[in-house]
Design a protein around this ligand. Structure first.
Ligand code: NCD
Length: 304
């Protein structure tokens, strides 16, 4: 029996048992729903310092579907713009009695910083910090794969795109490696490849056709221009020609290869319309699973 989680800041270091328990809980919620009053009287605050469509909305829906009160803190209109520090913001919000703080921030390590300095029993949930971790995305991606291909040890999973700046790639690899995925291949142009030391056990290459051959799952990533300072990047057309997933390339993978993308997708840059909207796409299943996974995480952290 793994200890109950207190915060969820990363998947790194979580063992198979803890991951499987969260995935099983999310799957059970998908099938049977969850008590609408499980988190009645609890308060969840969304504190997003970066843009978000899926993650913020699904955390809000997840909390509401479990009966919690939800506050969406509006960073743009807040006193953080009057020079209030992150920790003063934390203590101010804590004084209003929160049970969970869902945080997204551009700086690596912000969720840990908040968890360390919290003076109350608030649970900190990482909704993405810098390029470091996006644990609920890692969980929902693992769940999406497991629903179609539970035989993880036989799978070859390719992650292609801006691996260097991707918190999604890091959390996906933490989850998939701990769950025993047979082969994880990372594919990126040289300027967007990560330090291999960060991805032990993964094959890293720059030729997408090679990486795709025989793959069971292809996870496509956006180029995170907001995090790139001065790398020499190909223009969109040249990038698509080498790293875009179109029908011709997808045919190199195993028949039925699952196509995934955390969103937001940039059509015609990393993925073609016909593939994003095609029969092998699990992109909207990922979105749906995001709500179940976030319900499972909030239930695990806050349930009595
Ligand atoms: C990702 C993120 O913000 O890390 N999106 C998401 O949460 N679904 C990926 C991205 O922004 O490219």
């Amino acid at each position: 029996m793994t200890d109950r989680l207190r915060h969820l800041t990363t998947l790194e270091g979580l063992d198979r048992t803890a991951l499987v328990r969260l995935l099983d809980r999310a799957e059970a919620i998908r099938h049977d729903g969850a008590p609408r009053d499980l988190l009645a009287g609890r308060t969840v605050l969304n504190l997003f310092f970066e843009h978000s469509t899926r993650t913020r909305t699904s955390f809000e829906l997840a909390a509401k579907r479990l009966g919690a009160d939800v506050v969406n803190f509006d960073v743009a209109l807040s006193s953080t713009n009057k020079g209030e520090s992150l920790l003063d913001t934390l203590h101010t919000l804590e004084a209003m009695r929160l049970d969970a703080l869902v945080v997204r921030h551009k700086e690596n390590g912000t969720p840990e910083l908040l968890a360390r300095h919290a003076t109350s029993a608030v649970a900190v949930v990482n909704a993405g910090d810098g390029q470091r971790a996006h644990p609920t995305q890692g969980l929902l991606d693992a769940l999406t794969i497991r629903q179609q291909r539970p035989d993880f040890e036989n799978l070859a999973v390719v992650i292609c795109g801006d691996i260097r700046h991707s918190r999604v790639a890091r959390s996906d690899v933490h989850a998939l490696a701990a769950l025993g995925v047979g082969e994880i291949r990372l594919c990126a142009p040289p300027a967007l490849q990560p330090d291999p030391a960060e991805f032990p056990g993964c094959r890293i290459g720059e030729d997408f056709d090679t990486a795709l051959r025989g793959a069971d799952v292809a996870i496509m990533l956006r180029i995170q221009k907001e995090r790139i300072v001065d790398a020499a990047l190909p223009d969109d057309g040249a990038y698509f020609a080498r790293y875009g997933l179109d029908a011709r390339r997808l045919a190199l993978a195993r028949p039925g290869c699952l196509v995934m993308h955390p969103g937001p997708i940039n059509r015609g840059i990393e993925i073609a319309d016909a593939v994003a909207d095609g029969p092998q796409s699990r992109i909207l299943a990922q979105v749906a699973n995001g709500v179940f996974v976030r319900m499972a995480v909030l239930a695990e952290l806050l349930g009595r």
